[in-house]
Structures are given as C-alpha cells and as structure tokens.
Write a protein that binds this ligand. Structure first.
Ligand code: CA
Length: 222
C-alpha cells in the first residue's frame, strides 16, 4: 500500500514516513498543497495523510478540490486545531478521518488501517488465500500453519499480491503500490523480490501459489 503524506513540517513528515515504512507501507512526501496535488495527479496512492495548514494550497481546499475532481482516495486530515468546528469542516470537505496534533503514531497507524479497510469495503484483519494467511495487525504470515519470516518489503509485496489474489498484477502496478517515488523502473528489483517471496512461500510445497504470467506480470492463486 502506498501513502502520500502532505505535510510542510519536515520533522513530522519524516516521523510519519519512517513509522509507516517500518510497517511496510511505501511512502512519498509532498511539502505543500500544490506539490501534493501534482503528485496525486501523476501517481496512484492508496491513502493520503493531509495536513490542514499548508503553503500554497491549504488542506481543506486541496481536499475539496480532489473530491470535486473525482479522486476518492481515503484522506486522513492532520491538524493542530482540535475544535468541533474544525473537525466538522475537515469531514465536510471530504476527508475520511481527522487526527489532531500532537498524535501518537500508533493512533495514526490504526486510522490508516481503518481507511484502507473502508476502501476495501471489507472488514478484515486477515488476508487468506487457501492455506496462506497474512495477519494485517501482527504482520504474521503462515502457510499451512507454518510461520514464514518475511522482511518488511517482502511482506508489503505479499500483501499486495494477496489483496489482488486471482488477478494478474503488472510490474507497474506493483511499483506503484509497493514502492515509493524513488523506484527505478530500469532495475529488476521486483523480480528479485518475487523470487525471495517464492523461496519463502512456495519452496517445500508442491502447489505453487506465485505464478509468472509471461509478458504481463504476476498472479497469486491457489
Ligand atoms: Ca502545516
């Protein structure tokens, strides 16, 4: 899952980015409303963390603009103000959730999970494909009851494949949802990570779950 953080305070932006990356999210930062708007028009994101007070275009205006343009990406609004009036304004502008600063990172993380879950319109804390199971809260992955140790990036890639189980995902889709804006399209890093995952998920099992679809991409299925 790839998240855009639109926040002009460098310390907060870096704090949020670091924390989310540790949880396996791909994260980009925009430091003002205009940059945020541009990045949203040129990349695909699964969620947006949007500060209210921003240079160039403020958070409320940007939120309204995005919704008017038909962008339905879940938005969590951050703000220094914690009054009912401001909260209502934020939600009325089209934000999905609202979090006053200062906040505990754990709370932001929980809210990110909630908006991503809503986007899925399925209430779930686990992804299951046949005997493969991924716990979104603990990040524990098992196949046939046996626990599989994954790195943060492998986990993120597997989560994306499992969310799209039964469908072909292209390298472009993977790069847009699992890697951040610094992804280099000329490397074979995705294939390398697919192989890492295969070694961990499929080795020792006669039924392979991760399939290569020649000329198209990858497919995870029973
Ligand atoms: Ca700000």
């Amino acid at each position: 899952m790839r998240i855009l953080v639109i926040e002009d305070e460098v310390k907060i932006a870096q704090f949020v980015k670091r924390g989310l990356k540790e949880e396996g999210y791909a994260v980009d930062i925009a430091s003002d409303g205009e940059e945020g708007h541009f990045m949203l028009s040129s990349n695909e994101y699964d969620a947006i963390i949007l500060d209210l007070m921003l240079p160039k275009i403020d958070g409320l205006t940007l939120c309204r603009t995005l919704r008017k343009e038909g962008n339905q990406t879940p938005i969590i609004m951050l703000t220094a103000k914690d009054t009912v009036k401001d909260k209502v304004k934020g939600l009325d502008s089209g934000a999905d959730d609202y979090l006053p600063k200062p906040f505990a990172f754990e709370e932001l993380l929980a809210r990110v999970r909630v908006v991503l879950r809503k986007k899925d319109s399925r209430v779930q804390t686990q992804l299951k494909v046949d005997e493969l199971c991924l716990d979104l809260l603990t990040h524990k992955v098992t196949r046939g009851g046996r626990e599989i140790e994954l790195t943060v990036k492998e986990y993120a890639l597997l989560e994306y494949l499992m969310r799209n189980a039964g469908n072909i995902v292209t390298r472009t889709m993977i790069s847009e949802h699992v890697w951040d804006i610094n992804f280099d399209t000329f490397t074979n890093v995705i294939d390398v990570y697919i192989n890492y995952l295969r070694n961990k998920i499929d080795s020792g099992f006669s039924d392979k779950m991760i399939h290569t679809v020649r000329g198209k991409g990858y497919l995870l299925k029973k």
